[in-house]
Design a protein around this ligand. Sequence first.
Ligand SMILES: Cc1ncc(COP(=O)(O)O)c(C=O)c1O
Length: 395
Amino acid sequence: MYKFSKRVPADGTDAVGAILKAAADPQVISFAGGLPAPELFPVAEMQAAVDRAFEKHGRELMQYGAAKGVTELRELIAQYVKEKENVDVSVENVLVTTGSEQVLDLVAKAFVDEGDTVLMEQPTYLCAVDVFKSFGANFVGVEMDDDGMDMADLEAKLKAHPEAKLIYTVPNFQNPTGRTMTAERRQKLVELAAKYDVYVLEDNPYGQIRFAGEQVPALKSYDQSGHVFYMGTFSKILAPGFRIGWVVADEQVIDKLTVLKQSADLHTDNLAQYAVPEFFAANDVDAHVKKISDLYGKRKDLMLTGIKKYFPDNVKYTNPEGGMFLWVEVPGVDDTVALFKECLKHNVAFVPGDPFFAGATQPGTFRLNYSNMEEDKIEQGLKKLGAALKAATAK
Ligand SMILES: Cc1ncc(COP(=O)(O)O)c(C=O)c1O
């Protein structure tokens, strides 16, 4: 049999893959996925941008390129982060990556040795758990509530784990909960990172998709000591298929990440890198992002209406101000996977909470996606889900 490395997950551990497969049955209304709404992809505009990129840069874009990325795109990202997040950043602080997912891999490779401690919200983005796990990280979960990571718990954990190396957080409309960290907590987190000399990986794929409330400053905007590494992406505001993400950090960190990126894939696809600045030059991107936010806001509202109408009264749920997900907690359930199976019998699906926890799970929790579901199906799906939850909890 093949002698795979320790990094390769054991067979049968891709719980989410199995769930998505089960939920893919056309009979099933699935809130399990995590995709943007494809009807808002700017297909014609992006096609025109690709054509212009070819016309202007044909040979360069077909040639090998620089590991740090195409200069025009790095300048655009620096400008975008400055404008949207008030982060003082120059082009030297930007590395273009193959989706922001690659940042998780590069940062883990650069900072996490076998046995190093990584602190993360409980629950958190499950692919981040998988990446850090593959580098042998020791996880310490930090409690969270509707205002994001709990700072008292974080400080207690930092004291208890002086070996801690990295704090990973999704501060805006977190995947999976939809929660947003308050400005006070962000400021405190950055202070604690400097005090305990721990790095922070700020993962912000959803920040621009805000449909309610006021924007909260990025952790990176409070960072005076270079402890925060900020990662972003065009996946949710343009299209995930182009795989354009980035990391913003001190030059010294960017240089090391660049060396590691070079070993991983030499550089990110040039066609996508040249096309994005062309798209920005010819289109009102803010108006496009507003369209996305408005649609997701409408779908989230419909989802909440359905939850209130059809779910058992004791069910708790988050009310996100942006992003693509909300989080449900059904009291009295001790086996979330059994709950999932019961719901599947009613032809409706979600992602059970368990894989989002690096340590102890919180039974009865699950994630619902609203961005990729037509409005009439939201109502139908929640009706089925409500009936399934009532059936499951009555047992
Ligand atoms: C929290 C979080 N981080 C990172 C990513 C990776 O996104 P991408 O690689 O498309 O930029 C995702 C994708 O869904 C995500 O939810």
